[in-house]
Design a protein around this ligand. Structure first.
Ligand SMILES: NC(=O)C1=CN([C@@H]2O[C@H](COP(=O)(O)OP(=O)(O)OC[C@H]3O[C@@H](n4cnc5c(N)ncnc54)[C@H](OP(=O)(O)O)[C@@H]3O)[C@@H](O)[C@H]2O)C=CC1
Ligand SMILES: O=C([O-])CC(=O)C(=O)O
Length: 486
C-alpha cells in the first residue's frame, strides 16, 4: 500500500474516535531510529499506524507507559525517522513545536503552508505543527492536515490536530492564537470582549500548564490587544514580555500608503510605528517613520494629508478591504504574522524598528506589534498591551526603542503621555508638554475615549473578571471598530 493510502486509512480510524475524545496530536522522534515505527494514540491505545518505505504494519497495541509524554499523530506524520541518518538532514536544527489556534480558519489557511515551507523559521529548521480547532471545525482541520500531507514539505515533520488546548499547547515554543469569534451584526464591542476573552483566558491557563516556559505568543484573534492581556494574565508562569498582539499588518498597511503617496517602492519606508490598539483608534506614526532614510515630513510635504487622510486610511484599511472582498484580510494578515515572527528571530536592521503590541515591563528598544506596557519609556499607562516600537537581536526577545520623538499631534492621539528627560519634543510643543519636562510625572490630555490608550484602559476594566482583577465593568464610551469594521 502506498503511503498516501495509509495516511487516509489512519485518518478514517481517527475520525471514528472524534466524538469520544478531545484531540488529535502527533509525535515526531528526533532520535535516531531508522525504522518507521507505530505511533501511539492516547485516546485509543490499541490503535496506531505506521509504515515503512515499502510496507505497512498492522496496528500494534501500545503499552500505557509508552504514552507518557507522548501525543497522537495525524496520517503520514505518525512516522518517525532518524534525521541524522540522512545526509541532507544531518545539519538540521532541533525540531520546534508551533501551535496554532483557529487553524481551520482563513488566515491559517495561508499561514500554515508558509511555516511548513521553511519560509518563516528557515531552511534548516524542521517544524511540528500543532493545530487547535473545535468540535465545529474538527472535520475541516482534518482537511487542513490532509493538504499539509499532500504538500510534501521536507521540513514539516509532525502535524497534530486537537480541540483541547492543554494537549495541543504541550511543549509549544511558538503559539499563534488566531481563532476568535467574529463580531456579528449588532454585536457590541463589550460582547465580543467577553466572548473572546473567555476563549483567551482558557488558552492562557492551558499555556501556563503545558507550553514551553519561554513560549512566544502572538495573539491575532480580535480584539487582539485585550485578548493578549487576558491570555497573559492567565499564564503567570510565562514571562509577560513574551505576549504580543499583532499590529504588524497595520504597520505594513501604513508603509504601503506612505510609499504610494511618495511615489517610491515600499521597501524604502522604514521606522514605522503603530501606537496603541489594533482598532480604529490606532496611531500610525508618520513623525518617526522614514522614506529613503529621510523623515516622512521632509519627503511628503502635504502634512494635511498625513494628519487626516493617511491616518484614517490605515485605521480603516481592513474595512475597505472587507467591502471589496466580502471577507477580512487573510493572506496579508498571514504575511504580517510571518513578518512579526521573523522580526523576533532575525536581528533588526541597524537604525530600524518594528511595531508590536506589548506590555510595559520592557527595556527600551524599537519595532511595531502590540506588546505589554509595563516599564515603557513613553509614559503610556502600565499593564495594558499597547503597540509600540521594538527592536530585536534575533533571539526571540525584544526591547522598546528609545530614540523616538513626539509632537503635539502624536501625543494627543496616543493621549496620556509622560516624557522622560531622555525624550524631546520637536517643533511647536504645547505648554502642557513643556510643563511635563519641568517635572510633572504624567500628562493627561483629557479623557477623550477615542484615544487608543483610553480605549485599552476601558477594555481592560471591561474584562477585569477574566484577568483576576475584580468585577468587569464596561464603560466603553463609544463603540469603536476593529480595523475590519466600518
Ligand atoms: N490582528 C490583526 O491584524 C487581524 C486580526 N484578525 C482576526 O483574526 C481572527 C481570525 O480571522 P480569520 O482566520 O479570517 O477568521 P475565520 O472566521 O476564518 O476563522 C476564525 C476561527 O475562529 C474560531 N472561532 C473561535 N470561536 C468562534 C466562535 N464562537 N464562532 C466562530 N468561530 C470561532 C473558529 O475556529 P474553531 O472552530 O476551530 O475554534 C474559526 O475557524 C479574527 O478574530 C479576526 O478578526 C483578522 C485580520 C487581522
Ligand atoms: O476586523 C477584522 O476582523 C479584520 C482586521 O482586524 C483587520 O483587517 O485589520
Amino acid at each position: 500500500m502506498a503511503v498516501a493510502e495509509l495516511s487516509t486509512s489512519c485518518t478514517k480510524t481517527h475520525s471514528s474516535q472524534l466524538s469520544l475524545s478531545s484531540s488529535y496530536s502527533s509525535r515526531f522522534s528526533h532520535h535516531f531510529r531508522r525504522s518507521f515505527r507505530p505511533l501511539p494514540t492516547t485516546r485509543n491505545p490499541t490503535i496506531s499506524c505506521s509504515v515503512a518505505s515499502d510496507q505497512v504494519q498492522t496496528p500494534i497495541p501500545v503499552q500505557a507507559q509508552d504514552l507518557k509524554g507522548k501525543s497522537e499523530c495525524y496520517g503520514v506524520f505518525c512516522l518517525t525517522y532518524d534525521l541524522q541518518a540522512e545526509e541532507e538532514t544531518k545539519s538540521w536544527k532541533k525540531l520546534i513545536n508551533i501551535a496554532v489556534s483557529g487553524a481551520a480558519g482563513m488566515i491559517s489557511n495561508h499561514l500554515l503552508f508558509k511555516i511548513a515551507s521553511g519560509e518563516v523559521f528557515g531552511p534548516n529548521q524542521p517544524v511540528a505543527l500543532k493545530l487547535l480547532g473545535s468540535e465545529r471545525s474538527i472535520q475541516a482541520l482534518e482537511g487542513v492536515a490532509m493538504e499539509l500531507e499532500d504538500s510534501l514539505f521536507p521540513l514539516l515533520r509532525e502535524v497534530s490536530i486537537g480541540i483541547n488546548p492543554y494537549e495541543v499547547f504541550q511543549d509549544a515554543e511558538w503559539v499563534l492564537l488566531i481563532g476568535a469569534k467574529p463580531r456579528g451584526p449588532g454585536m457590541e464591542r463589550a460582547d465580543l470582549l467577553d466572548i473572546n476573552g473567555q476563549i483567551f483566558a482558557e488558552q492562557g491557563k492551558a499555556l501556563n500548564a503545558s507550553a514551553s516556559p519561554n513560549v512566544k505568543v502572538i495573539v491575532v484573534g480580535n480584539p487582539c490587544n485585550t485578548n493578549a492581556l487576558i491570555c497573559m494574565k492567565n499564564a503567570p508562569n510565562i514571562p509577560a514580555k513574551n505576549f504580543h498582539a499583532l499590529t504588524r499588518l497595520d504597520e505594513n498597511r501604513a508603509k504601503c500608503q506612505l510609499a504610494l503617496k511618495a511615489g517610491v517602492f515600499y521597501d524604502q519606508v522604514s521606522n514605522m510605528t503603530i501606537w496603541g490598539n489594533h482598532s480604529t483608534t490606532q496611531v500610525p506614526d508618520f513623525l518617526n517613520a522614514r522614506i529613503k532614510g529621510l523623515p516622512v515630513k521632509e519627503v511628503i510635504k502635504d502634512h494635511k494629508w498625513l494628519e487626516e487622510e493617511f491616518t484614517e486610511k490605515v485605521q480603516k484599511r481592513g474595512g475597505v478591504l472587507i467591502k471589496k472582498w466580502g471577507r477580512s484580510s487573510a493572506a496579508s494578515t498571514a504575511v504580517s504574522i510571518v513578518d512579526a515572527i521573523r522580526s523576533l528571530i532575525t536581528p533588526t536592521p541597524e537604525g530600524d524598528w518594528f511595531s508590536s503590541g506589548v506590555n510595559n515591563l520592557l527595556k527600551l528598544v524599537v519595532y511595531s506589534r502590540s506588546v505589554y506596557t509595563n516599564g515603557n519609556p513613553y509614559g503610556i499607562a502600565e499593564d495594558i498591551v499597547f503597540s509600540m516600537p521594538c527592536r530585536s537581536k534575533g533571539d526571540g526577545d525584544y526591547e522598546l526603542v528609545k530614540d523616538v520623538i513626539f509632537d503635539d499631534y502624536l501625543l494627543k492621539r496616543i493621549k496620556k503621555v509622560y516624557m522622560p528627560v531622555s525624550f524631546w519634543c520637536k517643533g511647536d510643543c504645547s505648554s502642557e508638554i513643556r510643563e511635563g519636562f519641568q517635572g510633572l510625572p504624567q500628562l493627561n490630555f483629557g479623557l477623550d475615549m477615542s484615544f487608543s490608550e483610553a480605549e485599552l484602559l476601558a477594555e481592560k476594566r471591561c474584562v477585569a473578571h477574566l484577568t483576576g482583577e475584580g468585577i468587569g465593568f464596561c464603560d466603553l464610551p463609544e463603540d469603536t471598530m476593529l480595523p475590519g469594521e466600518m
